[in-house]
Write a protein that binds this ligand. Structure first.
Ligand code: RFL
Ligand code: PHB
Length: 389
């Protein structure tokens, strides 16, 4: 089988890229190792930057997002006592949209079907070959048969645990990584949110986040030490902890309900510094991970895909390699700034095991400074809204 662009992974990065390229008449094949219902039901991101909303609009896939997404003018930081509101709309003139990643995934999958985009599910044992030549190819197993796909380009959109990044020789890339000593324990429940805007709380007991999916569905997180077992956190214990960490104002609004989903996600900052090797490009979590503080992961996947599509469309339209050569510096410039923002918010809001009373005093002083400084609030707001493409 032959295609122009073979895309590994049908998460948000892979499907957005497939839509962007096929809208320009390019021939693409998407290869996903999981079944559709598995990919569709993963509970992950919730906050979309304007850049991500714009990409969905460019694809003509923003109708449900506009109808059902919640437009948020701001969010709050909490220090255990008070709420410090960051007036994102007032400071930047822009808003974020709360719309679950599972809904984005549903929209992308339904449109891929409707538009005849070739997505192959449950593809096993993908191996990439000759990615630094003019004729990259891959082999895989599909429905019990071996399949070979020859392509002009391969794009790895297969997430942090995928195979594409590993096809790049270690000597060519540099790994920059920080693994945090805690993870986020998240609960999704069909209860009204405690507050109409997100609250990121830094409490002496630890971090907490109050988020939402709709007027009747809430998403909450607390940080827990690495190695924590989910069985040790029955729903009641988790709701009690959220009450304590979010502070009296938010706690007064919390409605409790049974968990629809409960899981622990490890926290990591990671950049694989070369997002391309020859004819292999990496996009999204395949190339970088941010801790979820600041809600940048899905949005970075969207901006990578925007740059990659631009480069590939330019290559086919003009036959020159400038866009391809420029992909890595363009994407990395945005990635590093989002890494910095996510890391600094994580540092501000979480307690690290080695922290002393001095470190806690620094966090309190910084929160107090943010509470009183328009300049500090603007810095946070412009990063939260997402830096321009
Ligand atoms: P994905 O979503 O991991 O998709 C990769 C796809 O590749 C498939 N795959 C393979 N396919 C074929 N062969 C192989 N060998 C393969 N290996 C893997 C996988 O099955 C999968 O379908 O990566 P992508 O597309 O780059 O998207 C990235 C986002 O999913 C991720 O960055 C966000 O979810 C991060 N994130 C958040 N991002 C935001 O922008 N805003 C948020 O509010 C936000 N909250 C979050 C988050 C991530 C979280 N977790 C669970 C890590 C909250 C949480 C709790
Ligand atoms: C979420 O709603 O899942 C969410 C919101 C904000 C974050 C991370 C996750 O920073």
């Amino acid at each position: 089988m032959r295609t122009q662009v073979a895309i590994v992974g049908a998460g948000p990065a892979g499907l957005m890229l497939a839509h962007l390229l096929s809208a320009e008449g390019l021939d693409v094949v998407v290869l996903e190792c999981q079944a559709p219902h598995h990919v569709q039901s993963r509970i992950r991101a919730g906050v979309l930057e304007p850049v991500t909303v714009d990409i969905m609009a460019r694809l003509g896939l923003d109708a449900r997002l506009r109808a059902e997404g919640l437009v948020e003018d701001g969010f709050c930081l909490a220090d255990g006592e008070r709420l410090i509101r960051i007036d994102v709309a007032g400071l930047t003139g822009q808003t974020v949209t709360v719309y679950g990643q599972s809904e984005i995934q549903r929209d992308l999958m339904a449109a891929a079907d409707a538009r005849g985009i070739d997505v192959r599910w449950q593809v096993k044992d993908i191996v990439l070959h000759d990615v630094d030549s003019d004729r990259p190819w891959l082999t895989c197993r599909l429905d019990g048969h071996d399949l070979q796909i020859d392509a002009d380009f391969i794009v790895g959109c297969d997430g942090f645990h995928g195979v594409a990044r590993r096809a790049i020789p270690a000597a060519i890339g540099t790994v920059h990584e920080r693994v945090y000593p805690f993870g986020w324990l998240g609960i999704l429940a069909d209860v009204p949110p405690c507050h109409h805007e997100l609250i990121y709380a830094s409490h002496p007991r630890g971090f907490a986040l109050a988020s939402l999916r709709s007027q009747i569905r809430s998403r909450y997180y607390i940080d827990v030490p690495t190695g924590t077992r989910i069985e040790d956190w029955p729903d009641d214990r988790l709701w009690d902890e959220l009450d304590a960490r979010l502070g009296p104002h938010a706690a007064a609004g919390i409605s409790r309900g049974p968990a629809i989903e409960k899981s622990i996600a490890p926290l990591r900052s990671f950049v694989f510094e070369t997002m391309r090797h020859g004819r292999l490009l990496l996009c999204g979590d395949a190339a970088h991970i941010v801790p979820p503080t600041g809600a940048k992961g899905l949005n970075l996947a969207a901006s990578d895909v925007y740059y990659a599509a631009d480069a590939l469309i330019g290559w086919y339209a003009r036959g020159d390699g400038d866009g391809i050569a420029g992909y890595v510096p363009r994407a990395l410039a945005r990635v590093w700034k989002a890494e910095r923002f996510s890391w600094s918010l994580t540092r501000l809001l979480h307690r690290f095991p080695e922290d002393t009373s001095f470190d806690r005093a620094m966090q309190i002083a910084e929160l107090d400074y943010i509470a009183g400084s328009r300049a500090a609030q603007l810095t946070i707001a412009e990063n939260y809204i997402g830096l321009p493409l």
